[in-house]
Design a binder for this molecule. Structure first.
Ligand SMILES: Cc1cc2nc3c(=O)[nH]c(=O)nc-3n(C[C@H](O)[C@H](O)[C@H](O)COP(=O)(O)OP(=O)(O)OC[C@H]3O[C@@H](n4cnc5c(N)ncnc54)[C@H](O)[C@@H]3O)c2cc1C
Length: 840
């Protein structure tokens, strides 16, 4: 390696640092089907000598380790985390019960959350490096200076030795010498055009962490994790590999420190810090305290927790990876895993570079000595190297964005768990108990779009979960909500337009007159109707429901068939609203409170439905359903949607329409608040009458268990809606069907029309707006599903089906069937980029 005159030699990579990042890269390179040779220069005397913390294995890293054969070494030694508890400083549970969310991670992504000792992982990575297979490891080599030119790069160590190669990789951790040398080269030689002053300020630390490993602690069983959240302090204990307990005590420091002033802590500092927190409970009521863990400790360390994302990862022939360029706090347990995935991405780029400069070797795996088939590889030029390294940084995996989002997510979690703000202190006790699987969702979001080693086979295991890896989804690759909002703007225009039309048509003065007189005299001279003044005894509510009742009374006389069809379609829509509100993916969104959207319908159905659908579209990208269980609804709730809507909407409306007086009008008043009654009834039934919810089991073992209920609920209402539509088509009392539904143009004002004419026009516009928003909404979903490769039907076929279904069953039947079609697709098909059994 010291002779630079060899022009015909493999791509030579010098890896500085034999930590998680460096060893993963070396392991990946030794499998590369191209001529690459490497050397690891590690400052310490032994690669796996690092004691200290446990390291959480999460799926993005585990999959790459599986590709390298390392995961199989680790798995027999750990108990996956399956049982998690969270308490406050008084030892009171913040979760209503211990959660099995961590189990969900393993079921979704095939690799469980598990803790191993850092040294175990390093040992295993080292063991998989086979001598002579493309590279070797030198310990006791502390890199000091790096010099690069057009011909190559030379690395000088503090012991006087030097090494030459094509590329230097800085995998030397948070205080990276390679990063400093990269900055120096930029400042002194103009390599890389880096704003060094800005980069120097990129690293800060607000928290410190005392962490260590203890022997078994009575009361902390295998596969458990326990968090205690206190203001400015978080204590976490995982019991993992061979009964060992891996623990972390995070505390906020007196201020935020910058890189040049980062504090160092001695063993005495660590012991003094621990003494202050011995009483912190880890199990409810203090059954286990930090003192128990501390007593059983084997090793401990205290460090500041740096957070940094550096804008430049490469300059000339130098490239960095791992903590040297993306440093996050350990709260999300993802720092090392991010190192593994960036190492995989860099290995891909280097392999590609070596292959491009020696194309014939790409498809030929190395022989048992790690040698490629070609005897005369060419060395890449500086510009080829720069392009390849830029490709690593800015390539399709969007590593910078992923790193930024990972760092932020981990920091946010840390601050939340240390109850950093007043709002967090006030809200955490209320929000955490209902936060369900949000931490698992975070892990999955970190993992799902992670790169792996492109030239090694995808491990079959990684394709078996209920959430498949997908290189176009996850952190750093989220679809822009603004883009979705822009695409869905027609729904907003529709909402605003129809609100304007409907408000303009509302015959305010006529309504007031009739309500004041308390009697409605039909224009055609039919029998007068004495209006029921109200049934609620609350004037505000009664005044509103009187308006509604009058509308129903007039509609019955003047727009019987229109309203009959409208209400049948409305039932389909309302059931969809309720099912969407019960979906796991929507638990914490504005889409969850169906009762709010239902109650808002008094402002005009077209307006509210369009606005809801706009938000729904923006908040429901296909990627939200990457995990099958996110589509799932709570079956206990979903199964009473149909009876509840039948009782609260259909029965009440039909009574109001067809029943005898005075029940008609009472029903008319009742219908206005039906969403409230329905929601109350459903909640009472779910809590007190029906069996306990099965959703927490279903999310693990049966994520499509609610589908039969959803199917018969929607199909029943679709059949009813279609029957009403057919009845309307054949039995209406107007000269043509258009006269039943189609509003007049130009649009009149309510003040110009009689009460009845205004109401009829208003209802026609409301119906038309409601129907138009069905079609836009469904078209948007079809667009999404087609783009995701989940619906393979052409637009022509979709259009013909929509027209046919609407002609036969009306807009309500179309809405129900189209929505159900989407539901079936979400339950059965995977995104075109998902790495499933068929794609590997
Ligand atoms: C308390 C704590 C808990 C953590 N828990 C987790 C977790 O649960 N899961 C997880 O995924 N991540 C975790 N992390 C993060 C994870 O440990 C790091 O992200 C990861 O170890 C960084 O790997 P690296 O290879 O980039 O750097 P390092 O592990 O720091 O390795 C750098 C290597 O370079 C060597 N080196 C340094 N300078 C030179 C030089 N000049 N010349 C030659 N060699 C040099 C060092 O000796 C070292 O071996 C945790 C971090 C901390 C602090």
């Amino acid at each position: 390696m010291s002779n630079r005159s060899q022009d015909k030699r493999p791509l030579t990579v010098i890896i500085v640092g034999g930590g998680i990042a460096g060893l993963t890269l070396a392991n990946a390179l030794q499998h590369a089907p191209a001529d690459i040779t490497f050397v690891i220069l590690e400052a310490r005397d032994s690669l796996a000598s690092r004691l200290g913390a446990g390291i959480a294995l999460v799926p993005n890293g585990s999959r790459v380790l599986d590709q390298l054969g390392v995961y199989a070494d680790l798995e027999p030694g750990f108990d996956p985390i399956v049982d998690t508890g969270l308490i406050d400083i008084q030892g009171r549970p913040l979760l209503p019960e211990r959660t099995d969310g961590a189990k969900l991670l393993g079921i979704r992504m095939s690799y469980p959350l598990a803790l191993v000792q850092r040294s175990t992982l390093l040992h295993s990575l080292e063991r998989h490096l086979r001598p002579g297979k493309g590279g070797h490891v030198l310990t006791g080599k502390r890199v000091d200076t790096i010099k690069q030119d057009d011909a190559g790069v030379t690395v000088y160590c503090t012991d006087g030795s030097s090494y030459q190669g094509d590329i230097v990789v800085g995998a030397d951790g948070v205080r990276s010498k390679v990063r400093q040398e990269m900055w120096r080269a930029s400042e002194e030689e103009g390599i890389g055009n880096i704003d060094v002053n800005k980069e120097r300020k990129a690293m800060t630390a607000e928290y410190l962490c005392l962490f260590g490993v203890s022997g078994p602690v009575p009361g902390l069983g295998p596969g458990t994790s326990d968090d205690t959240w206190v203001q400015d302090l978080t204590v976490v204990a995982y019991s993992g590999e061979r009964g060992k307990v891996f623990w972390f005590v995070y505390a906020r420091m007196d201020r935020v420190y910058e890189a040049h002033e980062m504090p160092r802590f001695s063993a005495a500092d660590a012991a003094a810090f621990a003494q202050k927190h011995l009483d912190v409970p880890l199990r409810p009521g203090g059954a286990v305290r930090f003192a128990d863990v501390w007593k059983a400790r084997e090793v401990e360390t205290m460090l500041p927790l740096e957070e940094a994302h550096f804008e430049h990862w490469t300059a000339g022939r130098v490239v960095c990876l791992g903590d040297s360029v993306h440093k996050m706090t350990p709260h999300s347990g993802g720092g090392g895993m991010l190192c593994i995935e960036t190492a995989a991405a860099l290995a891909n780029a280097l392999c590609q570079l070596a292959a491009e400069t020696n194309c014939s070797n790409l498809s030929k795996p190395k022989d048992s000595n790690g040698q490629g088939a070609s005897k005369s590889p060419k060395r890449p030029t500086l510009s080829q190297i720069e392009a390849a390294l830029r490709g690593y940084e800015t390539g399709p995996h969007n590593l910078h964005r992923r790193a930024i989002e990972n760092i932020k997510a981990s920091g946010d979690l840390g601050r939340l768990s240390a109850l950093r703000t007043l709002a967090q202190r006030l809200l955490v006790p209320y929000l955490v108990p209902v936060s369900l699987d949000t931490r698992v969702d975070l892990f999955c979001d970190m993992a799902v779009g992670a790169p792996c080693i492109d030239y090694l086979p995808i491990p079959p295991r990684s394709t078996k979960g209920t959430m498949l890896f997908n290189p176009s989804h996850g952190m750093g690759k989220h679809e822009s909500r603004w883009k979705r909002a822009f695409v869905a703007l027609p729904l907003v225009f529709l909402a605003v337009g129809f609100m304007k039309v409907v408000t303009g048509l509302l015959p305010v003065d006529n309504i007031r007159q009739v309500l004041d007189s308390g009697v409605y005299h039909p224009e055609n001279g039919g029998a007068s109707v004495n209006l029921v003044p109200g049934i609620y005894g609350i004037s505000l509510v009664d005044n509103l429901s009187r308006i509604h009742n009058l509308e129903a009374v007039v509609a019955r006389e003047k727009a019987f068939f229109l309203m009959l069809s409208f209400f049948a379609d409305y039932g389909v829509w309302y059931v969809i609203l309720l099912i969407e509100s019960a979906r796991r993916a929507n638990y914490f969104s504005i889409l969850a409170p169906a009762v709010v959207w239902g109650s808002a319908q008094t402002w005009g159905i077209a307006y509210v439905a369009s606005f809801y659908r706009f938000l729904h579209y923006v908040l429901s990208p296909v990627s939200k359903f990457d995990a099958l269980d996110m589509r799932l609804t709570d079956r206990t709730y979903t199964q009473i949607v149909l009876p509840a809507v039948a009782a609260a909407h259909y029965a009440v409306y039909l009574t109001g329409y067809l029943g005898p007086e005075p029940y008609r009008q009472i029903a008319g008043h009742l219908w206005m608040l039906f969403p409230l009654f329905l929601s109350l009834g459903q909640n009472v039934a779910v809590r007190f009458v029906l069996k306990p919810s099965t959703v927490s089991l279903d999310r693990l073992y049966s994520p499509t268990r609610d589908m039969p209920v959803i199917r018969w609920t929607i199909l029943t209402l679709v059949a009813f809606s279609a029957a009403v539509w057919q009845y309307t088509l054949w039995c209406h009392d107007q000269p043509s069907i258009a006269c039943v539904f189609v509003p007049a143009l130009p649009i009149s004002s309510g003040a110009e029309l009689s009460l009845e004419a205004a109401y009829v026009e208003l209802l026609k516009w409301d119906w038309a707006g409601f129907g138009a928003s069905h079609f836009i909404w469904i078209a948007l979903f079809a667009w999404d599903l087609k783009a995701a490769g989940m619906a393979r039907v052409s637009w022509l076929v979709l259009g013909l089906c929509a027209a046919g279904v609407t002609a036969v069953g009306g807009p309500g039947a179309f809405l129900g069937l189209a929505w159900l079609y989407r539901e079936e697709i979400l339950a059965k098909r995977r995104h075109k980029d998902a790495v499933g059994p068929k794609t590997c």
